[in-house]
Structures are given as C-alpha cells and as structure tokens.
Design a protein around this ligand. Structure first.
Ligand SMILES: *[C@@H]1O[C@H](CO)[C@@H](O)[C@H](O)[C@H]1NC(C)=O
Length: 766
C-alpha cells in the first residue's frame, strides 16, 4: 500500500531548502547503511513525497533528532515534531545520528561522549532505512520486512495510520527539562487512558472490553479503537472529519496534559485543534502543577492563579500557607466555587459530612492542610494532607475549599528541597494550547470561503469517492451490537430506506441497517455548508444522555445532508398524542415521566455538556417514545445548521418556553396554540386545573403533581425571559425536590402584554 518497492529505485541527490539559499546533501527515500546526520552539517533525510523530514533541531540550546513535517509542506515556524529519538533526550552541538553498517540507528551525544539512544537492531540483518510518505521511519530487512519502526515507538504524537497498541503510550513533551507526568496509555482492557504519574487516571475512553486491541488515527480525522478484526468499536470525530481541505492531521498529547487532534489548514497556514479529550482544560489533573489554581480569564483561556499567597512573581509556587507545624494555632480561609486537591502525594481522605464538620475535621487534624467540601449533593469532604496542592476555581463549581493558615505572624513560605518539584511543571501559558474561540471562528470563516471555492472544483472527486464508498460499503462492517458511528453514501441511504419509502415524520424516514437494526433518517437542507454540517455532527455525537436520541451516523455528499438516528418504535410524542389508541396508553404516570425525561435531557444540554448546547426547536414532534414509552429528545444541537421558521436560534430561554408548552400539551393532549395555552391558564387560575387534563387516558391523576406541573409550566411561559426558571430548577420541581409558587400570568403567548392582561382577566396572585 505504501509502495515500498517503488522507493528503492531512488538515489541520493541534492535538495534545496525552501528558502533557496542553501543546498544540503540529503538522501531521499532509501537510507543506505552508513548514512549520517549531524548537528554541524544540519542535513536531513526527506520522505519521497517531500512531506516529512528527519534531522536535528534545536531545543533550548541543546539538540534532539526527530521526524517533522518538511519545510516544503509546512513553514518552519509552524512545524511540529512527530517523533523524537529518545523522546525527551537532548544532546550536544557536535552530535550525530547514524544508521550504522551493522544496521542500527544510533544517536551519539558529543557532550557526554556516549551513545545516548539506539534502535537495538544490531543483530537483525537490517539492510536499509526508509522515511516513508506517512512519516514512519522504518528499518528493513531485505526489501520489506520491518525490523523496527518509529510508529511503534511513539513520543507524544500519533500520525494518521499509526497505531497505539496495548501497553504502549504517548508521553507529553517535557517542560523546562522536567519529564512530563502526563501519558496516554492503552491498557489491557482496550481503553485509552490519560494518566498523571502512574496512579491518577483523569480520562478514559469508552467501556472496558478485552476485544479491543489498538487505537488508531485515520487520515479522515477520526480516532478509533479497533478489535482483533480491525473493526472500529469506539470512535471520536474531529470537528472537520472527512474535510478534504485538510492535508495533515496529528493527535498529540500536549504539555498541558490534554490530548488534542490538530488539523493543518493550508488556507490559513495554521494548525487548529478540532477535538480535545478534556473539554474544560481546568479539569486536567494538576494542569497548574504547583503554580496554583486553574481559572479561566476574561478571554476564556485557562490561567494559573494563586489565591492563597500574594503572587509577587508570576512563576512562584502556590503552596498551602500552613506548614503542618504551627505553634500558635491556625485558622481556616474559605474559598467558594473552588476545588483543591493534593498532588504530592495525590491521595486524599474522603468522608461524608456537612460543611461545618468538614471544617472541624481539618482544623482538628494537625496534618490537614486544606479541605474541599463538594456541594453537589454528595456532601463529600476531601481532606488534603500536603502543602503541594493544585485545583480549579469557576463560578459554576459548587464546591467550597477551606485552606488552613498559621496564625503565627512570622509564618513564611518554606524553601523547597532541590527536586523536580523545584522547577514547576507548569510555568507560563503556552499560547498554542489555549483555544482562542474568536480566532477559531475567524479561521473557520476564512477557511470556509476558500473551501467553498475549492469545493466547486472537486465535484468530480466527490463523485469518485461516492463510487469507492459504494464499493467498500462501510455498512457491511456493522456488527449487531457494535457501537459504531457510520458514514453512509447517498446510494447506501437509498438502499437502507428503500428509496425513502417509509416516511415517519417531516423529512424523516425509516431505514433498516444490514444488521436488522432500524434507524430514523432525517433529511436536512442539502445546501448546508459541509464544514458546518460536520461540526454539528461531531457536536451532536459528543453529547450523550439516556433521554437524548443517539446519533448513529450521517451522510454528507454534495447535494445530500442526512442524519441517521436510533429508531424509536413508538414514534414521536405528537403522533402518540394524536392517535386515540396510543393516547390511551399514555397514562398520567407516563406523561409525567416524559416531562421529567425531557426536562432532564434539556437540562443536560444546557448545563451538563462541555459547552452550552441549545435545542432551539423543542416540540412534541421532536420527542420520541421508545418501546417502554420512555421519552427521548431528538434533533438537538442543530441550531447552527437548520433554520426552521420556529427556530429563532439557540437560547436557554427559548428552550424553557418551549418546554412549558410541551408540559401543557402532555397534560391536555391538545396542540398548544395560543388559545389552548390561554384556556389552560384560565382553568388553572380559576382553580379548575383538573379540567385541563386529557380525558382520553386510563387511570387516575395525581393532583399535587398536576398543580406542580401547571405552576412550573406557566413559569416557563413567562413573557419576561429573566423570570423563567433554569431547566435545572424545572427538573427539581418536577422531581418534587423544590417547591414552586403559583406563577404570575404568562405573557409569553405572543400577544402584547397589555392585551394579554385584559383577555386573561384576574391575576392569581393572592
Ligand atoms: C495498524 O493497524 C492496522 C490494523 O490492524 C494494520 O493494518 C496496519 O498495518 C497497522 N499500521 C502499522 C503502521 O503498523
């Protein structure tokens, strides 16, 4: 596939740098035994397609040797190293890197006069080396047997086509010559894990499954976990997956501990991050190291701040001001919306307690330096017994931290022992790791324009791709229970929907996958820009909740935009409410459960995801009922790509208002026109709420529950958006965990408030 045989006919020749000033002798493709690179000659070997080069590079006055993108493909200032011999290893300025006559790659360090790294292949009959077109440096025995390859010995980056197999890892590059504590590890249970040191796992992919054997990055911008048969069993998509405009992609474990997928966007000559494992950077364990508490500054970038001691210099350490040996007693300072944890060592004692008791527990324990009380219902008190702490602070955090301080007036910060700790792993912010949202938007807009022009020219490409797709029908790989995200060609869609024969809703069709799993196929406006569509797909895909309909796949071909959802046998709530037989089965209990399910799903979209996601078009048509009549919300997160008349863009307030209407619809069984809402309000305000209830279902009505549902519904329908509750509050009211007063008249009935007051009559306020 890589055409190695072809490469063997290349011979060494002169290649000039892109600057055109100097010409260095470089060997292309095949690297014969005895070839040598040195710091002094500044020479390098290039892959036959010119995309990659291997050579020495400067690293804070020392040198390393590694594979990078060549200056022909990416400007020098934007180059990233994708593999480094010995990862963190640096050598002196007279060092060399050689493929010895005995077939071994060795890195000789001039400053210490020793071989600092070797490929350990002396006795493997290596005949030559090749830097392949995909950036893989391989040692070959004979013409094709691979003895050693850089792809099997990754440093901090995976390239497309590179696999991370069980018990291999990526390690983030070092900072200030201190080895990084962050690694990405493929464990024996087939999970990818981000680890801090050896013990703290702060991110895990998917569920454990022994059938998974490796992770891989594909050139289309998707990351997969594969089973023994190389079938994808788990995947994530970059925001621009399958975008043909992206020439290079890399998956890198960055120095700040986050795993990111980057795309090289030629039109803006920049790398942009299109996916990251941990959406909130402050959630990366110890991302601030000893430099303080992670917070987001006004421009939305994570920064490290120390609230405990005055920051005289930016790089100073942030230690708990209590040294575990105060003579004159101690006091506790309280920091709201703050979560701190110990990092040396990263162990904590967790007990359930009240805030008061938590404070007392720490105060009474001479070893306790700080305590964090998690105020999210778990009432956990975490007792930290080290001065070395890290943490985060954000207005959305419910936790409260109590930090001990010596009352001793002469208390000063201790001098740290000379150890790796004395140079903080996290010093300054590295610009490239902060996602600058306005920049991304600008990049996206710029790229879009270029993309659009290019797209006109690649119609033919798409046509060809469609034919290939049809041939390798991705669908044939879909196992019965595989959690696979599928991409379908339009031809495949036609086939699974029998030419869109079974319409089950507006622009919605039923289809059947080859594994006999039914799906619902939604047709979207074919003119939606591809980049926007793919971004929406990956956003929707990244959201998962049991009351949200799962996105199973999509189709994005020129002239076709489709989403493939899991199928709900009972169809939409609207259909059920309109159907006499189904309506009968929708008992009071089922209806209230549906209200709660929808409220939970929307609350999750608003507050539980990494970013606020609005539904934008919540209505009975977009809620489906599964086999057990459990409600699931569909068509969320599409605000950016669909513009229906009723979809006035995304805001939490609009979703809350739409939810209010849905509650009235569920209780009354009616279509919630303005008249129906007014009628319902008047009945309720006139103490006749029971008359609003649908007469068609079987069984009784819980009147307390009815009152709660009506009250919260009319609060949701308030004309003044600021008066509407949050979806989190709605959930609590429906669960019965929060009491709610009767609402003032709802003026959200799309008539001016003055008229409303007249037509609605009396005010229910006591
Ligand atoms: C990665 O794994 C795939 C599937 O198992 C395999 O076909 C491919 O050769 C591997 N790539 C490398 C570079 O080893």
């Amino acid at each position: 596939m890589l055409g190695t045989d072809r490469l063997f006919f290349h011979i060494p020749f002169l290649l000039c740098t892109s600057l055109g000033f100097f010409c260095f002798p470089v060997v292309i493709s095949q690297i014969p035994l005895g070839s040598r690179l040195s710091v002094e000659e500044n020479n390098y070997w290039v892959s036959s397609n010119g995309d990659f080069a291997i050579g020495f590079f400067n690293r804070s006055n020392q040198y390393s040797v590694g594979v990078r993108f060549s200056s022909r493909s990416i400007p020098v200032s934007k180059q990233k190293f994708v593999w480094v011999a010995g990862a963190d290893l640096t050598v002196g300025d007279k060092s060399h890197f050689q493929l010895t006559k005995s077939g071994e790659l060795v890195l000789f360090d001039s400053s210490r006069g020793v071989i600092a790294w070797d490929s350990n292949t002396t006795n493997s009959s290596v005949a030559s080396a090749i830097l392949r077109d995909d950036g893989n440096l391989v040692l070959l025995k004979g013409n094709k047997d691979i003895v050693w390859q850089s792809f099997d010995n990754p440093s901090d980056t995976l390239l497309p086509g590179q696999n991370l197999s069980a018990s291999r890892m990526l390690r983030a590059a070092s900072r200030n010559s201190v080895s990084s504590y962050y690694s990405l590890y493929m464990d024996a249970l087939g999970q990818l894990q981000l680890k801090w040191e050896t013990s703290v796992i702060y991110w895990t992919s998917g569920n454990p499954s022994e059938s998974r054997v490796q992770a891989t990055l594909r050139s289309d911008g998707t990351i997969h976990l594969l089973d023994q048969n190389s079938r994808s069993v788990w995947s994530v998509l970059g925001g621009d997956h399958h975008d043909p405009d992206v020439k290079f992609r890399i998956l890198r474990l960055d120095v700040d501990g986050n795993l990111r997928l980057y795309s090289w966007v030629q039109s803006s000559t920049s790398w942009i991050s299109v996916w990251q494992a941990i959406s909130n950077q402050c959630n990366v364990f110890a991302t601030c190291g000893l430099c303080g508490i992670c917070v987001f500054n006004v421009s939305g970038s994570p920064v490290c701040k120390c609230p405990f001691t005055p920051m005289s210099e930016p790089n100073s350490k942030c230690l708990v001001p209590y040294r575990q040996d105060c003579k004159s007693g101690s006091s506790m300072d309280m920091y709201e919306h703050t979560f701190v944890y110990g990092i040396y060592p990263p162990n904590e004692t967790i007990v359930r307690s009240s805030l008061e008791r938590c404070k007392r527990l720490c105060q009474e324990d001479p070893l306790c330096t700080a305590a964090t009380f998690t105020n999210d219902g778990t009432a956990e008190c975490r007792i930290t017994k080290t001065q070395y702490i890290s943490g985060q602070s954000d207005p959305s955090l419910g936790s409260i931290s109590l930090v001990k301080r010596c009352s001793d007036p002469i208390a000063v910060l201790p001098v740290l022992p000379k150890s790796p700790l004395s140079s903080p792993p996290y010093t300054a912010q590295e610009g490239s790791h902060n996602l600058c949202v306005p920049c991304l938007v600008a990049v996206a807009v710029g790229t879009f324009i270029t993309f659009f022009v290019i797209q006109l020219g690649i119609g033919l490409y798409f046509y060809r791709k469609r034919i290939t797709l049809r041939k390798n029908a991705a669908l044939t790989h879909v196992g019965p229970n595989a959690d696979v995200f599928i991409m379908l060609s339009f031809a495949e869609l036609e086939s699974i929907t029998e030419n869109f024969r079974h319409q089950i809703g507006p622009n919605m069709y039923k289809g059947m996958l080859p594994n006999n799993r039914p799906v619902a196929v939604k047709a979207l406006n074919a003119t939606i820009e591809e980049r926007k569509f793919r971004r929406a797909v990956s956003e929707v895909r990244s959201v998962s909740h049991k009351n949200l309909v799962k996105l199973e796949g999509y189709c994005c071909e020129s002239g076709h935009r489709y989403l493939v959802y899991e199928f709900a046998r009972n169809g939409s709530l609207r259909k059920c409410l309109d159907d006499a037989k189904m309506c009968k089965r929708l008992t009071w209990r089922k209806r209230m459960d549906a209200c709660l399910a929808v409220a939970r799903a929307i609350s999750y979209l608003h507050a539980g995801c990494r970013e606020f996601v609005s539904h934008g078009n919540l209505k009975c048509e977009n809620v489906v009922l599964d086999d057990d009549l459990e409600a699931k919300v569909s068509e969320f997160g599409l605000g950016g790509v669909i513009s229906e008349p009723s979809n006035s863009g995304g805001s939490a307030g609009k979703d809350v208002q739409d939810f209010g209407k849905m509650v009235v619809a569920l209780v009354s069984g009616r279509h919630t026109t303005n008249d129906a809402l007014k009628w319902a309000y008047q009945k309720w305000a006139g103490a006749q709420a029971a008359e609003v209830v649908d007469k068609r279902f079987q069984g009784g009505v819980d009147l307390d529950e009815l009152e709660r549902a009506m009250r919260i519904a009319f609060w949701c329908l308030q004309f003044d958006e600021r008066m509407r509750p949050s979806m989190g509050e709605v959930v609590k009211v429906l669960e019965g965990a929060l009491a709610v007063d009767p609402s003032p008249p709802p003026f959200a009935l799309e008539t001016p408030p003055g008229e409303e007051e007249e037509s609605l009559g009396s005010d229910p306020e006591p």
